[in-house]
Structure formats: structure tokens, C-alpha cells
Design a protein around this ligand. Structure first.
Ligand code: PEP
Ligand code: MN
Length: 347
């Protein structure tokens, strides 16, 4: 249920309403928009409470949320969520660029790629230490050592870091080393993992399951939000369709649809979304044109010899740098800000 307050309401009156709701055993969440302030109420709400609230001063409307997910919905939280991490803002008008290899391989590899991501103007270094591979005999990532290497590279080059966590047991150690935790497509409905991520405050990038509907995707996000972690971003990374030319079909419509259904930032992954290097640049640009709040892109200094099969979709460093130069021009046309300082890239 949401309580829409009148736009002339003062802070004291809002506090009175919050206290009244909590005294009645319900949980209240506040969302301050440009016009009205909205109070979202979670859980089974006594219909009498709704009637009482309707009569109260400063209340304009009391409405039931129509969706199965509540906290993830735009109705519950009309203003865009902005996640702030060490000076970087994700959400709203900002365009955030995450770049790096599919997997952390060696200290030298991640250090060099971090340098190149930073030089190109990226803000976040990506890299998997625990890899969710389709086959059990494929390279599975180098584990905790990889987390340490990536944290060191991020610190040295002034980048935030993002890494995938696959099981609840590894959430704490991953959160110790990385600024953002990624939930991969195969784990979107790993409910134990989502519940565990709800108990911490580390931001989470939740990837869409490769055959998940928007409703299922937003309900997965709801698990994390309902557990108490408000720092969730959604990631469109392509879905499985009948087309086999591309690895997945990047669902560009998901970007504006998710932004209309939800207040959470939406990040696009054109690397896994296409599986082909030559499609990353056009689909990255198309994602920004569709309103994405950020991109997560695979980049490797030696993609042909990368330890996962994702070299075929990884950009070379010069392609990554050129893309970011283009995005700086495209972003303002699409209502986004992307103006992080760039340094000339030395070979
Ligand atoms: C990845 O980011 O390297 C990855 C495995 O992504 P996804 O879960 O989207 O396949
Ligand atoms: Mn990958």
C-alpha cells in the first residue's frame, strides 16, 4: 500500500504519519519525489489502517500496490534510486561504465586492464573470481586470490570493483573485497543467495535470468530489497531466443520497461547480450539511447588467450577507449551525464 501525501505537507507531519503507521505494526518506507512524498507500507495491512490514514491531515490518497513486487516498484518509490559508492553515483542521470575481463587471471593482467579502464574514463573494474561455467570441466575462476588481486588493482587505479558471487557462503568474503556484488543470470532465482544479499548493504547488480520475465526479474530484486538492502541495480544481459547467430538476444525494450516499472538503476551488458565483439559497440550505444543508467563491458588485453570462452565478446583496449569517447558525445543527447576524466592511453 502507498500513502501519497499532499505536496504542501511539512516534515513534522510526515514524521507523525510514519509514527502512526509504525505504531500500528506496519513497516513504512519514505520516498521523496520532486512533487509528492510517498510513504510505502509493507506487509499485510489492516484495512482499518488504510481507512484511518485516508482521514488524516496531509494525506491525499491511499492506494494498494497492484504488482506482486512492492519495494522494487515505481509506485512504492516514484523517485529514481541513486546508489552512491565512494563518490560515484549510479542511477538517475548518471551514466556509469564498468569494464574489465570476464575473469581475473593474474595480478599483471588485472592491473593492466584496470589501468586501461581508468585511462578510458571508466569508473568500475569488473572481473570474476568465481565463474559460473556451463560445464564442470571448464575454468572455474581463481577464487579468493582473484578477489585480492582485483581489490588491489581497483585501489591502485582509483576504480570501484564488481565481482560475481555464486553462493551465500561466499557473500561476506566477496563483500570484503569488492564494492559491488554481481548475481549472474544463472543465479537470478537462487533465493538463498538473494536472501543473504538482503542482509548486507553492499550494492548488488542483479542480472536478469536468461529466460526470466520482467515480473520474475523484479520479484528477484524484491527478495534483496525486502531483506533490508536498498542498493540494487538491474542488469539486462540478453535472453535466450530461437536465434543462434548471437549468443543471446539483448532485450533493449527491457531498459525503458524496467525503468517504468521500477525505480532501480538499469545497467546493460552488451557483451553477454550478444556474445560477439563486433556487436558490443552498436548495442552499447543503443542501450544508452534506450536510457540505460550504465554499461558493463568485457575488455581484455589478449582476448584470444583469455581463460574463459568470453574472449570472443571482449573488446580490445583501443575499442573500449574509442567507445567511451563516443559515449561522451552520445550521453547528453540521451539525457545522461558522462564526463569522467580520461587520460591518454599508453601502449
Ligand atoms: C559474466 O559477467 O562474466 C557472466 C558470467 O555473466 P552472465 O551471468 O550474464 O552470463
Ligand atoms: Mn563473461
Amino acid at each position: 500500500m502507498i500513502v501519497i501525501t499532499s505536496n504542501t505537507i511539512g516534515d513534522n507531519r510526515i514524521q507523525d504519519l510514519l509514527q502512526f503507521i509504525e505504531k500500528n505494526g506496519a513497516e513504512a518506507h519514505i520516498s521523496r519525489g520532486e512533487g509528492h512524498t510517498v510513504i510505502g507500507i509493507i506487509g499485510q495491512v489492516d484495512p482499518k489502517l488504510a481507512d484511518q490514514l485516508r482521514q488524516m491531515k496531509g494525506v491525499e490518497q491511499v492506494v494498494k500496490i497492484s504488482k506482486s513486487y512492492k519495494m522494487a516498484s515505481r509506485e512504492f518509490h516514484p523517485a529514481d534510486t541513486i546508489i552512491r559508492i565512494k563518490g560515484v553515483e549510479i542511477g538517475g542521470q548518471n551514466l556509469v561504465i564498468m569494464g574489465g575481463p570476464c575473469a581475473v587471471e593474474t595480478p599483471e593482467q588485472i592491473d593492466e586492464i584496470a589501468r586501461l579502464v581508468k585511462a578510458a574514463g571508466g569508473q568500475v573494474l569488473r572481473g570474476g573470481a568465481f565463474k559460473p561455467r556451463t560445464g564442470p570441466y571448464s575454468f572455474q575462476g581463481i577464487g579468493v586470490e582473484g578477489l585480492e588481486m582485483m581489490a588491489e588493482a581497483g585501489r591502485k587505479h582509483g576504480l570501484l570493483t564488481i565481482t560475481e558471487v555464486m553462493t551465500p557462503e561466499y557473500v561476506d568474503v566477496c563483500a570484503e573485497h569488492a564494492d559491488i556484488l554481481q548475481v549472474g543470470t544463472r543465479n537470478m532465482q537462487n533465493f538463498d543467495l538473494l536472501r543473504k544479499l538482503g542482509t548486507i548493504q553492499t550494492p548488488v547488480l542483479l542480472k536478469r535470468g536468461f529466460s526470466a520475465t520482467y515480473d520474475e526479474f523484479l520479484n528477484a530484486a524484491e527478495y534483496i530489497l525486502a531483506g533490508g538492502n536498498p542498493n540494487v541495480m538491474l542488469c539486462e544481459r540478453g535472453i535466450r531466443t530461437f536465434e543462434t547467430y548471437t549468443r543471446n538476444t539483448l532485450d533493449l525494450s527491457a531498459i525503458p520497461v524496467l525503468q517504468s516499472l521500477s525505480h532501480l538503476p538499469v545497467i546493460s551488458d552488451p557483451s553477454h547480450g550478444t556474445g560477439r565483439r563486433e556487436l558490443v559497440e552498436p548495442m552499447a550505444k543503443a542501450s544508452v539511447a534506450a536510457g540505460a543508467n550504465g554499461l558493463i563491458i568485457e575488455m581484455h588485453t589478449d582476448p584470444d588467450n583469455s581463460m574463459t570462452g568470453d574472449g570472443v565478446q571482449s573488446l580490445f583496449p583501443d575499442q573500449f577507449a574509442k567507445l567511451l569517447v563516443d559515449l561522451e558525445k552520445l550521453a547528453p543527447i540521451c539525457g545522461k551525464k558522462f564526463d569522467t576524466p580520461k587520460q591518454p592511453v599508453m601502449a
